[in-house]
Design a protein around this ligand. Structure first.
Ligand code: IMP
Ligand code: MG
Length: 179
């Protein structure tokens, strides 16, 4: 994909398409190995994780079911507000199932904390987390990412499903948005 010059000027490459492909294939392999002989339900967190989720499930070699939740934190700021609202609920039965939450980015961890509490109310057998990007230095909760693909430091990133105020989701690679 060719980017307009004026857009490119604001975007600093973080991961290119090949690097993302490799990270996704590696994490899918680990997941397939760890859950060998069992079934998992992948729960993607909309909207940011939709591209990652689509690529990830096609590299997982064990049976999977999928569902999505949508979460919004109020405002379109680049800093998490911590005020979280569920805007799409789970539709499939999670009781006694192995759940893998699929997130684009774990930042403060507040979104995941909220989501894990919600998912645990369905009495699953286990709950683990897979995240494309882990901003572990910014964590404000005790959330541990079981399957982090790539760790980044602070800064705001976009592309590969990840947005800034709903823009940039269609970029095939991941960029740091210079502000
Ligand atoms: P947390 O609740 O602070 O962990 O925030 C997690 C959510 O904030 C992610 O699912 C993203 O939607 C969003 N987010 C955090 N960092 C970034 C970023 O660098 N770019 C775009 N969205 C981000
Ligand atoms: Mg998100």
């Amino acid at each position: 994909m060719k980017l307009e010059k004026n857009i490119m000027a604001e975007l600093i490459p973080v991961l290119n398409e090949d690097e993302i492909k490799k990270l996704v294939a590696d994490v899918a392999q680990n997941i397939s190995d760890d859950y060998k002989d069992s079934e998992i339900v992948l729960i993607g967190v909309l909207k940011g994780a939709f591209v990652f989720m689509a690529d990830l499930i096609r590299k997982i070699t064990i049976p999977v079911k999928i569902d999505f939740v949508a979460i919004s934190s109020y405002g379109s700021n680049t800093v998490s507000s911590g005020k979280i609202k569920l805007t799409r609920e789970i539709e499939i039965d999670l009781k006694n199932k192995n759940i893998l939450i699929v997130e684009d980015i774990v930042d403060t961890g507040l979104t995941l904390k909220y989501l894990i509490d919600y998912i645990e109310s369905f009495e699953p057998k286990s709950v683990r987390i897979c995240a494309l990007l882990d901003k572990y230095e910014r964590r404000e909760t005790k959330i541990n990412v079981d399957y982090p693909c790539h760790r980044i430091e602070k800064g705001f990133v976009v592309g590969y499903g990840i947005d800034y105020a709903e823009d940039y989701r269609n970029l095939p690679a991941i960029y740091h948005l210079k502000q």
